[in-house]
Design a protein around this ligand. Structure first.
Ligand code: DON
Length: 304
């Protein structure tokens, strides 16, 4: 199937309405992004490519990177990981503190900020040079050896990261953070600052469509069981307190970021990335969600 015509058709129908939503402003550097950027890229497991708009322009992937840090930590730690992080949807905003105290400092899942911060702590304990080892891992996955952190974005987030500092301190008080909190937060802010294009991101997530084996290089990234479990976590937790809505309307495992990106995967078929920086109230891309809803509806490709 050639998806390019369908992409234009959906885009034209969405453009008939006035653009809604606001660019994230709580990270000063993110508020500088043009709100009307729009790109989509779909990569099939047999390496066919379809795209529209600004699909080759880099954007801040923010929380989408949490799936990649989870992948590396799960690969290293195995099931021991779940002694320090749950696998339940939170039903709360991504930066919420409220459940942490009731749960003795154990985050509900690895995709909310608290869970992603524990994953950073685990990677720091296990990797020789955490930041460069992590970069090496995602450079291989993306096929782009020049992928990098954006120090401007990381610094900008650090200045306003009051809630994240509260989360890491609360977890430290429960002994669920083992390393120095400044080192953990530096890793976390850098993780969130990674920039990729829609095309690179779709390529990077391809291993989750094919049971953990990268279909382009045939390299085993994860076992079949771990790959299945990461998809389950994305389905239940990838959109915070809008995970139900995404399953209901789009019906694919996926992950959003406050940079306006969304990645979604269809097992054994494709991975797709949409970038549109205007966010809804829950911090997910407004047009991105609607685009994917229409796409899976018209192609009848929800997994349900
Ligand atoms: O910690 C933060 O607030 C950001 N670096 C990441 C938040 C994010 O992308 C949540 N996603 N929808």
């Amino acid at each position: 199937m050639n998806y390019n015509n369908l992409f234009s058709e959906i885009n034209n129908s969405l453009n008939k309405k006035k653009a809604q939503g606001k660019v994230a402003s709580y990270i000063p550097e993110l508020s500088k992004v043009d709100p009307d950027k729009f790109g989509v890229h779909l990569t099939t497991i047999d390496n066919k490519h379809f795209s529209i708009g600004d699909a080759n322009e880099k954007f801040s992937i923010q929380s989408i990177a949490k799936v990649l840090s989870l992948t590396l930590a799960y690969k290293i730690e195995g099931e021991k990981l779940w002694e320090r992080i749950g696998v339940e949807p939170s039903g709360t905003p991504f930066n919420s503190l409220v459940q942490l105290e009731y749960n003795n400092g154990i985050p509900r899942n690895p995709l909310i900020n608290a869970g992603a911060i524990v994953i950073c702590d685990i990677l720091i304990s296990n990797l020789k040079s955490p930041k460069s080892d992590f970069l090496k891992f995602i450079r291989e996955l993306s096929g782009n050896p020049t992928l990098d952190f954006c120090s401007r974005m990381a610094e900008s987030e650090k200045i306003t990261g009051f809630r994240n500092v509260a989360l890491v301190n609360l977890m430290k008080s429960f002994n669920n953070i083992k390393n120095d909190i400044n080192i953990v937060m530096d890793f976390y802010y850098n993780l969130c600052s990674i920039e990729m294009t829609c095309k690179e991101l779709a390529r990077t997530f391809l291993f989750l469509t094919t049971d953990g084996i990268d279909p382009i290089t045939n390299k085993k990234i994860l076992t079949e069981s771990k790959s299945k479990r990461i998809n389950a976590i994305m389905q239940l937790c990838g959109f915070y307190d809008e995970a139900g809505e995404f399953a209901f309307k789009v019906g694919l495992p996926g992950k959003s970021g406050v940079g306006g990106g969304i990645v979604a995967i269809h097992p054994n078929k494709y991975s797709i990335v949409v970038w549109s920086p205007r966010l809804n109230k829950k911090g997910n891309s407004k047009k991105g969600m609607r685009f994917l809803e229409l796409f899976t509806t018209k192609t009848k490709s929800s997994i349900f």
